[in-house]
Design a protein around this ligand. Sequence first.
Ligand code: GUN
Length: 286
Amino acid sequence: MSKIISGKIVSAEVRESLKKETEALIESAGIHPGLAVILVGNDPASQVYVRNKQLACEELGFHAFEYKLSENTTQEQLLDLINILNKDKKVHGILVQLPLPDHLDEKSVLYSITPEKDVDAFHPLNVGKIMIGNYDVLPCTPAGVMEMIDWAGIEISGKKCVVVGRSNIVGKPMAMLLLQRSGTVTICHSKTKNLKEVCADADILVVAIGKPKFVTADMVKEGAVVIDVGINRDENNKLCGDVDYENVEPKASFITPVPGGVGPMTITMLMKNTLHAAKLQNGIKD
Ligand code: GUN
């Protein structure tokens, strides 16, 4: 088996099984999973992400509901739309694409999505459920990382796991998921002392710090599993991760590339959350 864990391969396999599950759900219960995506404004990167979500819905046989709102949309208009979607039985997942324009209050927008339809898992109720290990949805990036670790057959229990980065979207939930699988977890961040030594002790190193090629070979133990969540541009404007891949790869037992690593997993995990939400909202338990 290759030491490179390809997000493209893992994602394609997960999508294949989600597609079958969706076909079965439509046939047995007449339920089409439905995802509503709201985009406010004209951010070009967000437009690409939203388009990719739409394509994923088409691929899997989901209903896609797309709302492209003007840059000048008011908080009240946005909350009104979310309120309508919260009640719409055809919509099982609601995603508000971030970042929002500055005049909108991101927190109150995200918290207005009913937790049952919060397929980003950003609502405090869903965040809290992850903390106690009793969750229905997981944030897409950490969920994608776990899927890749499992796909490669990597044992987590008892391993020293180091997460670099403490964001609410990646670092914190990532640490919780590894802890839940009985990893011994350390979270590092910009104020961590002896960061190099802490990283170099890791059996499983997950890096989500947003700095190009931040993790160098001297920070990685021989045989470590290295998961790179970063998406950056290097000095030549080429896509690169938070890990100095070229020099770290020879030391790693498994490693994820950038591009083609964790990135392709995230929308697939969004689809998984939406399918799961559709089942739960119709009283179907896995
Ligand atoms: N923009 C960039 N990443 C994300 C994400 O994971 N969820 C949402 N809603 N917006 C994003």
